[in-house]
Design a protein around this ligand. Sequence first.
Ligand SMILES: [Zn+2]
Length: 425
Amino acid sequence: MYDLVFRKVRLSGAEAAVDVAVSGSDIAVIGSVPSGTGAQEVDGSGLLLLPPFVESHIHLDTVLTAGEPAWNESGTLFEGIRLWQARKQELTREDVLQRAEAVIRAQVAGGILHVRTQADISDPKLTALRALLELRELVRPFVQLQVIAFPQDGLIACPDNVQRLEEAIRLGADGIGAIPHCEPTREAGLTSLDICFTLAAKYNRFVHVFCDELDDGHSRFLEAVAELALRTGLRERVTASHVNATAYYSEAYFQKLLGLLVRSGIHIVSCPLINSAMQGRFDGYPKGRGIARIKELWQAGVNVSIAHDDIRTPFYPLGTGSMLQAAHMAVHLAHMTGREELEEALRMVTVRAADVLQLGDQYGLAPGKPASFILLPGRDASDLLAAQPACRYVVSQGRVVSVTVPARTVLMEQLLFECKASEAI
Ligand SMILES: [Zn+2]
């Protein structure tokens, strides 16, 4: 007897429907399950079974603060940083927890069960970091949260942040970061990376660098990140996010960089929603598209994931947290609308993002793995990216944690058609 059975669900790329049986918190069977063996049985006809979405880069400390204290009228990173500097003076534990919890709830409903959040440590009390570490434990029964200590104001530009990084590790941060392109000089940027990698190697933590988020082909910190990942041996525990400057690199330099990136084993996270809005602001026409070279990186063998990133912050005033919306934007900007490319975009918000978080055996669809999965209406990636449907069911560690009842639309002008409205829906 199984605790929960979903009947007649579809796996991506497969024609035949299968059943999924859950025992306790694990997947017991994916295949044919004898009738009447589930304590609870759900008809999954027409639903696609996927492992949960993974958000590989978001700032749960800044979410839902757009317009506070003012709107980012220029849309630039620099005005965003200025506004956030003012807003973060007001941070309290309750303020961070309240906003972050609201977003986690929306993420669960949206099928996201693994989240890597940044926590700005540029304040002496580490208010955001402490609150998000607290939240990590609170949500652990249904969402796995990784917290990265992020020195938004830099490590050289704000020397106090070096000691705060170490304090963050002591408090339990899963990883640490740097923001080399915002340091005062190239040399300072390289020094900041050295500091970050030295600490991460000493304490064996993840590295998640904000890297080359500039429309500037001279911003070349990605090569240093890859080289340090090799030299320290941290390799797959290292991620470079944004890397928008890759769009401006000469082909000769980019091809050389690709070889180093593949050898290093590091991950790339692209944030197409915020960067399509933020990048190119200083360009004349033709303006930059605000996307890293994710197609070329993926095709060369680099692990690339797509993240949603900001939700209604001083940096980006929009966003719902939807991973399908982020992937939808990515396939436009990166010219990835081929059939296999659409499937790849879906992998970039699921299995590839899981690799960024190094989830290993804790992720995926197979008997013996945690029963954490999602069911959405559709047959393949093109259906999901076109319609961006809500998750009908979200299951976390064997429990149904979210159900979305589909909205029902009735065409009132049914007399214009030779069919009943109910059949047209
Ligand atoms: Zn970000």
